[in-house]
Design a protein around this ligand. Structure first.
Ligand code: BMP
Length: 273
């Protein structure tokens, strides 16, 4: 993997324009933090995005948990993304046949393709799900193509996760088959070297790794979530650490975001030395 290189170096050489932008944002803001803004009203979401904006590279949403989603949610979020220079990742975890995921991604009640730079999917349905989402994001008449990318959910942090072994290896194979659309993975470590994959890596392969389940003060929750620290995640290959409750449920969310930013950046600097 290219995880020993700086974000700046990877921004200069990465073949994917959205990956370049991600690394540029990280470098400019000295932050590899993605906040998982799992709040349930538009006001809370926009308030968090504005207060944490300076310290994060990406905001991750579960837009379908908002009780009052409307076009104002989206215009508000987009304005804050420009104001603070962060990207938007909608954690919808598409998992269906191609014809259905295209309708869930583009149009519909949530209009995800209009505002989410990054989306993710699970490969349980097979490689066709990646092909279908790529087809929509890269359609000739879709205006945001170069600013759209997919992360494959190759592993999960919950206890007893079945996304292991051959399933994780298939995630890597599919990512290799769609390099212009797949940015990388949501996984607990860097993937690609010894997974039992069948598709050979290319010279320029540089998957971006987002790692969820990051928390500085807890080991897990009562529903099977399992946490690691920023240091551990980045040491295992995370390029972006995703923290939810560790930040937004802290007594002072801004203070917590700063702490994750500092620790995430220090761990990154130690890795690239
Ligand atoms: P928290 O840091 O509060 O545990 O939140 C974790 C976030 O990451 C949630 O939004 C969850 O949906 C997501 N997530 C996860 O926890 N584990 C995974 O394997 C994949 C996820 O997307």
């Amino acid at each position: 993997s290219k995880s020993h290189l700086t974000y700046g170096a990877r921004a200069r050489t990465h073949p994917n324009p959205l990956a370049r932008r991600l690394f540029e944002v990280a470098e400019a803001k000295q932050s590899n933090v993605t906040v998982s803004a799992d709040v349930t009203t538009t006001q809370e979401l926009l308030d968090l995005a504005d207060r944490l904006g300076p310290y994060i590279a990406v905001i991750k949403t579960h837009i379908d948990i908002l009780s009052d989603f409307s076009s104002e949610t989206i215009t508000g979020l987009q304005a804050l993304a420009s104001k603070h220079n962060f990207l938007i990742f909608e954690d919808r975890k598409f998992i269906d046949i191609g014809n259905t995921v295209q309708k869930q991604y583009h149009g519909g009640a949530l209009r995800i393709s209009e505002w989410a730079h990054i989306i993710n999917c699970a490969v349980l349905p097979g490689e066709g799900i990646v092909q279908a989402l790529a087809q929509t994001a890269q359609a000739p008449d879709f205006p945001h193509g170069p600013e759209r990318g997919l992360l494959i959910l190759a592993e999960m942090t919950s206890k007893g996760s079945l996304a292991t072994g051959a399933y994780t290896a298939a995630s890597v194979d599919y990512a290799r088959n769609y390099p212009s659309f797949v940015l990388g993975f949501v996984s607990t470590r860097s993937l690609g070297e010894a997974e039992g994959t069948t598709v050979a890596p290319s010279e320029e392969e540089d998957f971006v790794v987002f790692t969820t389940g990051v928390n500085l003060s807890s080991k897990g929750d009562k529903l099977g979530q399992q946490y690691q620290t920023p240091q551990s995640a980045i040491g295992r290959g995370a390029d972006f650490i995703i923290a939810g409750r560790g930040i937004y449920a802290a007594p002072d969310a801004v203070d917590a975001a700063r702490q994750y930013q500092q620790q995430g950046w220090a761990a990154y600097l130690a890795r690239v030395q």
